[in-house]
Design a binder for this molecule. Structure first.
Ligand code: SF4
Length: 274
């Protein structure tokens, strides 16, 4: 598929790669393929750019099996075989770990997403993939920013390029400029099989994220470019006009995260199946 939408997505992915130095010569890029619309769009955009770009890099895809009975990867594997994209299925007992360790007030899908990320980090490091590409898109970036502002009292979002805490992996998010609606349409046009989680927790992902999503849709009616503005704000930070360390000595400014009507203080991860 090389239509207008796909060309626009690859242009935006190419821009993100250039702006944030996401892929360099000789990189080995592992794409986390959940089987959702975002990761499919990312995988196809990157494999297209791989053929066009002067920079040489390897690509492979990996899918973390959550361990649910109904998670059937056959259609996904068949499509990857037809597209000639190398792929591995990894993990397996994620849901068992979720069931055994889920704490009250924690969203199972957020917990599951973190566990899957851990599995991917370990796999990428052990197999020599130096970059791990995740399918978070523009909407995920701005929703995370607002979630942190509203519920965690922090000005914090996502980074398009991030060194993991243990220093083993570089996480890249090349869809930073791509809106969710574009990935939805792209996956439809690619005709890729979309996998659901097929798990008892399905539908429980991100109450607060869903609320922020709905809020942004309402604001967008009055400010059509609100998402792009919020994303741009993450790159234009004026520390002088925020609360610096000196000002924080004023105890009246020692604010605590507030409990909220939507439950808990933890932050919803974007669902891995997006
Ligand atoms: S529904 Fe939630 S908990 Fe279940 S596999 Fe999907 S992300 Fe994980």
């Amino acid at each position: 598929m090389r239509n207008r939408l796909f060309r626009k997505i690859t242009r935006l992915v190419g821009k993100a790669i250039g702006d944030f130095n996401l892929i360099e010569h000789g990189d080995r890029v592992l794409v986390a393929l959940s089987g959702g619309k975002d990761s499919w769009s990312l995988l196809h955009a990157l494999t297209y750019l791989q053929k066009k770009a002067p920079v040489k890099f390897d690509i492979s895809a990996a899918t973390v099996h959550p361990g649910s009975q109904g998670f059937d990867t056959r259609s996904l594997e068949e499509r990857l075989r037809l597209d000639g994209i190398p792929h591995r299925i990894i993990g397996g007992n994620i849901l068992e770990t979720v069931n055994e360790n889920l704490e009250v007030g924690t969203n199972p899908c957020s917990f599951c997403s973190r566990l899957r990320r851990g599995v991917l980090y370990t796999f990428a490091a052990s197999e020599g993939w130096n970059k791990l590409a995740l399918g978070h898109h523009l909407d995920d970036f701005v929703e995370t920013l607002l979630l942190n502002l509203f519920f965690n009292s922090a000005i914090k979002g996502m980074s398009p390029r991030l060194l993991s805490d243990d220093g083993r992996n570089i996480v890249i998010r090349p869809l930073v400029y791509v809106k969710e609606e574009m990935t939805r349409q792209c996956a439809r046009e690619l005709g890729v099989p979309i996998l659901g989680c097929s798990c008892p927790y399905q539908g429980m992902s991100g109450t607060r994220r869903a609320w922020v999503k709905a809020l942004l849709s309402r604001v967008e009616m009055e400010i059509p470019q609100v998402r792009s503005n919020l994303l741009a704000s993450m790159g234009r930070i004026d520390h002088r006009h925020l609360l610096g360390r000196n000002e924080r000595k004023d105890s009246s400014l020692q604010l605590r995260p507030m409990e909220n009507s939507l439950g808990g203080n933890g932050l919803d991860e974007p669902c891995s199946q997006g």
